[in-house]
Design a protein around this ligand. Structure first.
Ligand code: NI
Length: 258
């Protein structure tokens, strides 16, 4: 059975068939899903999904590109919401300098990233970190805040093997999804082949980043077997081992999952 550590089923692209799709997950081998909020609306809809489906757990947090949604009132809402039994993480939070190059905006991203890391520490929850074009600042910030005391995953990992090792040294997990199946993803294939399997989580980031041969289409957790297959081939191990070990990893990190 597969543990899907990062999905966005609150996304409007699932409006037409969300219930049908989610109802079919378990019989198709997807045991547990972490639905991840990225803006306030997404976080609220994540809570609703966790109430509707036994096998869906949630993460609440505000993505660096959506920090316009954040203020003290929303922060307090997240704090209270994170205490619900099925809210298993704070995320996705982090830094994204790909879209935002303005220094003022970057400073604000770092401020709210820190605040949400502290929230996770206070509530004893793991973090789901998004980091794009911000490798150095993310690592500096996580190290500066004693990241080794706040367990987490670097989702949709896009940096070097050396950077992956820095996070693993702090006990972090590395989230690997559809990109690993792309021909040109040499760096990520190297990471997936070489880091300890005990530090890998499977994820889709659906509806985004569908793996080959579904690339470009709407993604869903049902495509995770392609990711499992690729990691198994890269490491020369069985698909069963990839599924089983990544499942155990996810259950260790997301301790609220039953
Ligand atoms: Ni995401």
């Amino acid at each position: 059975m597969i543990f899907e550590s990062h999905a966005h089923y609150d996304d409007r692209r699932f409006d037409s068939d969300r219930d049908k799709l989610l109802s079919s997950m378990q019989e198709q081998g997807i045991e547990t899903i972490i639905n991840v909020g990225s803006d306030l609306r997404g976080a609220q809809e994540t809570v609703a999904l966790t109430e509707k489906y036994d096998f869906i757990y949630g993460a609440v947090g505000i993505h660096p590109s959506d920090i316009g949604d954040l203020n003290e009132e929303v922060y307090t809402w997240m704090q209270e919401t994170s205490r619900r039994p099925k809210i298993a993480a704070i995320g996705e939070i982090g830094l994204d300098y790909y879209w935002d190059k303005d220094e003022e905006v970057k400073r604000s991203q770092r401020y709210w990233f820190c605040r949400q890391m502290e929230l996770a520490r206070e509530e004893g929850l793991p973090v789901i970190i998004h980091s794009r074009d911000a490798a150095e600042d993310t690592l500096k910030l996580v190290q500066g805040i004693h990241g080794e005391e706040i367990p987490g995953v670097i989702h949709c990992f896009s940096y070097s093997l050396e950077m992956a090792k820095e996070y693993i040294r702090m006990g972090y997990y590395i989230g690997i999804g559809g990109v690993v199946t792309f021909k040109k993803a040499k760096k990520l294939k190297e990471v997936a082949a070489q880091i300890p399997l005990e530090h890998i989580l499977l994820e889709t980031d659906c509806p985004y980043l569908a793996p080959e041969p579904e690339r470009g289409k709407r993604n869903s957790s049902l495509n995770l077997p392609y990711v499992v297959q690729e990691i198994a081939e890269l490491r020369g191990i069985s698909r069963e081992e990839v599924e089983e070990v990544t499942r155990e990893n996810a259950r260790r990190l997301f301790w609220k999952v039953k």
